[in-house]
Design a binder for this molecule. Sequence first.
Ligand code: GAR
Length: 214
Amino acid sequence: MASPPPARTPARLVVLVSGSGTNLQALLDAIDENPAAYGARVVAVGADRNGIAGLERAERAGLPTFVCRVKDFGSREEWDAALAEATAAYEPDLVVSAGFMKIVGKEFLARFGGRCVNTHPALLPSFPGAHGVRDALAYGARVTGCTVHFVDDGVDTGPIIAQGVVEVREQDYEDHGVALHERIKEVERRLLVDVVGRLARNGYRIEGRKVVIQ
Ligand code: GAR
């Protein structure tokens, strides 16, 4: 996997969302707090659906947004190419998939492989996919957490950058993981903000499965 260090300061981020966008908000808040020190700025927010809080957060922040819905395209490949094109229009140094609930395809990876970061609510390689929290509970895991990793052509299989651990509590079985996911997201937001800032400020290389932040 290629690993071009972000060339520009501040690095340009395109953030992809599908839902409430609290990870996006954490990035926006960190940047807002000290734009020069953070080393990156969000230049656009993309989504795979309309009417989500994540897009509202972007609009409130005055950011351009774009939406690519799978159902508007004849095939998954066409959707993927359109998503890649819409993202490329903002010339990102890094793409951040922050709760984006779609698997990107060949065209997207051809353009953004090695500079697309995803956050996942489980300790990969355990419990990949769309239900990381529910699957960890169903398995009876006593600890779970979150993983920030580079995106490759598998489902949550790319090189791991950082992980955070969260303990499972007895009560988590009662609400089917709702409170557990909230505790994971608290850790996840801090982790994502830290990782994206360090990648942007320091540069990085990907050596096989190992990510080295300079
Ligand atoms: C986050 O917990 C993220 O890890 C998860 O969706 C949530 C989005 O929260 N992503 C996945 O499950 C991807 N497989 P947010 O919209 O509030 O940032």
